[in-house]
Design a binder for this molecule. Structure first.
Ligand code: ADP
Ligand code: MG
Length: 586
């Protein structure tokens, strides 16, 4: 958003009650604000992290019922009911998340449905919570001796919280933890290879969304002055998801837009549809269902994408020239034994993808791993970097075993990699993608990010990312979204990202694939330059000529077996290699 749009919008929303607008508008606007707070959480959780929750309404219920029970029955003051509601929601999210977030696929959506149903059932059947009638007689919100009432007084508080939540989300996304959360959707293997605990950041996103939902519920209780189970049902959970999708599920401001549109349209439909059809009922749900399908098909980025086109885009200001360098690791001495791969084995069902393969890499060497398609090269990479569990054998690095360690700990030891199938975050800039590589060399967490106490470190990260991009000759494209680049360039960005981790050993899986002849030569020059600076490289490559002029040693694989190992000229002279690799007779 442009620099003035946000303050202008904030001023209008905060001052609205002072304008001579009808009370009905104020009420609608409060509802929109309450929805938007929940939907902002869904933007982070579903839109950005790719985790679907149908259970947000239940978290709203936790906040609302806590306020209602403590406030109406026990006379607890609002700030304490807020603290209690948020604490309960956080605990619920941690328990639910701990059970489901390690599992992939659809466990989370299913678990959130179960949680939504279970909590709704509990509210509707517990004597202490008033069963279906709910809890009545909640006092109006009284903060620091100021009674906010349920209309014009409450409105500024609701919208101040919306704006703060939006600001917190924007700030979180534009930070080290934010990049980690944005990496979740492109699959665990890339994020973990950068040293990120994907479980941890899924949990961060889930808890963040639950907290926002509980805060919305807390406001809701004092606004309605009564609670009952139905506003926290699974239907409402689906409606929140609908608002997020309609507004544009990965856009922070889309959350507010989606909430507004749904609330206003819902209200019109509730009046209009029964008149059209002739009987009363919740027909708007059907309309929403149809609209949802249409939006997903024709405008998958939601309504905000259309608004965004008309707003001036803000470019990142390049402000990191003076940044201190990030910490760097001690590099191994040239010639020192670095990586020992000893009889590693991987079977997939009956297929032996890697069959007791052994080789070594010494510091400062470029070792080529070549072989026909399906020979097991990428699988070998995945065994070294902890993506796959070994079926047999051991791997040690820098004299210490790394067998069985998770990817992110292997990354911490100093092995970094690229992927045969490029794994960049397409909508994020090249610079931010590369900065993701600096994750382990930096420390800022979510709270520091939201409070903007991480700016010095961010400058350090971007300075390092730009330096690595310059190393591969791509600094002039750093502000482009990574998805706009040609595939060959995307591979180069992956190398810069791997370099940004400050590795002792670089594993490159077919870096030259998709490059033109000239670009290949440029890449070879870059790799030679890295070698001259003491970097050790293990290189999977298909193009024989490319590895011949570049590598110190070559390991040849075929059908999972190691066929031979030698200098490039030995490999080139071997009839067996020619037969296997080129598919020709001697
Ligand atoms: P390369 O990189 O040398 O082309 P790969 O290591 O990708 O070869 O694959 C080696 C063999 O293992 C192939 O037959 C491939 O189909 C199989 N393979 C690789 N990954 C998996 C997997 N996750 N599940 C089942 N089979 C796999
Ligand atoms: Mg491969």
């Amino acid at each position: 958003m442009s620099r003035f749009a946000f303050p202008a919008f904030a001023a209008v929303m905060l001052l609205l009650p002072l304008l001579p607008v009808p009370d009905f508008w104020i009420t609608q606007s409060i509802y929109i604000g309450l929805y938007a707070i929940v939907v902002l959480g869904l933007v982070l959780l579903t839109g950005v992290a790719g985790l679907i929750s149908f259970g947000q309404a239940a978290f709203v219920g936790v906040g609302a019922y806590t306020a209602a029970y403590l406030g109406a029955r026990l006379g607890v003051p609002p700030l304490l009911t807020l603290l209690a509601g948020v604490t309960l929601a956080v605990l619920a999210a941690i328990v639910l998340g701990a059970i489901t977030l390690r599992m992939s696929g659809h466990y989370l959506p299913l678990a959130t449905i179960a949680w939504g149903l279970a909590l709704n059932y509990t509210m509707a059947n517990m004597e202490g919570l008033g069963k279906y009638d709910g809890i009545l007689g909640i006092p109006t919100l009284n903060l620091l001796g100021l009674d906010l009432g349920t209309g014009r007084g409450l409105h500024p508080l609701v919208w101040a919280i919306v704006l703060l939540a939006a600001l917190a989300t924007v700030r979180l996304l534009d930070s080290r933890p934010g990049r980690a959360i944005r990496a979740l959707r492109s699959g665990a293997s890339m994020a973990e290879a950068m040293g990120i605990s994907t479980f941890r950041y899924k949990l961060v996103a889930f808890v963040f969304a639950a907290v926002l939902a509980a805060v919305s519920g807390w406001l809701f209780a004092y606004f309605q002055r009564s609670v009952s189970p139905s506003p926290f049902s699974i239907n409402k959970g689906i409606e929140y998801l609908f608002m997020a999708v309609l507004g544009g599920v990965s856009h922070v401001w889309g959350a507010i837009l989606g909430s507004g549109v749904v609330r206003l349209v819902e209200d019109e439909l509730q009046v209009l549809l029964p008149r059209l059809i002739g009987t009363s009922g919740n027909f708007e749900t059907i309309v929403f269902g149809i609209v949802l399908v249409v939006v997903l098909k024709y405008a998958p980025d939601g309504l905000w994408a259309f608004v965004q086109r008309w707003l001036p885009q803000r470019q990142r200001v390049r402000d990191w020239d003076q940044a201190r360098p990030l910490p760097a690791r001690d590099k191994p001495a040239p010639g020192e034994l670095l990586l020992t791969v000893d009889a590693v084995r991987k079977t997939f069902g009956g297929l032996v993808a890697v069959n007791d393969v052994s080789f070594k890499v010494h510091a400062g060497d470029i070792v080529g791993l070549i072989g026909p398609n399906g020979a097991g090269k990428s699988t070998t990479f995945n065994l070294i970097t902890g993506v796959h569990a070994l079926s047999g054998g051991t791997v040690s690095f820098g004299g210490r075993p790394i067998t069985g360690l998770p990817s992110r700990q292997i990354a911490r030891r100093g092995i970094s990699r690229t992927f045969q199938h490029v794994k960049l975050i397409p909508e994020m800039s090249v610079l931010e993608n590369v900065a993701l590589g600096g994750y382990l060399r930096s420390r800022a967490g979510s709270v520091r990010a939201v409070l903007r106490l991480d700016r010095d470190e961010e400058r350090q990260l971007f300075a390092e990312a730009e330096r690595q991009l310059a190393r591969i000759g791509m600094a002039d494209q750093m502000l482009e979204p990574a998805g706009n680049l040609a595939l060959g360039s995307q591979r180069l960005v992956e190398i810069a990202r791997a370099l940004c981790t400050d590795p002792a050993l670089l594993l490159l899986d077919e870096p030259a694939a998709g490059l033109r002849h000239k670009e290949k030569q440029a890449l070879a020059d870059v790799l030679r330059q890295l070698k001259s600076e003491g970097m050790s490289i293990l290189l999977v490559e298909h193009d024989m000529d490319f590895v011949m002029g570049l590598t110190d040693r070559i390991v040849v694989m075929e059908f999972g077996n190691k066929l031979m190992e030698g200098t490039p000229s030995e490999v080139q002279a071997s009839p067996a290699v020619r037969a296997a690799y080129l598919g020709t007779d001697h």
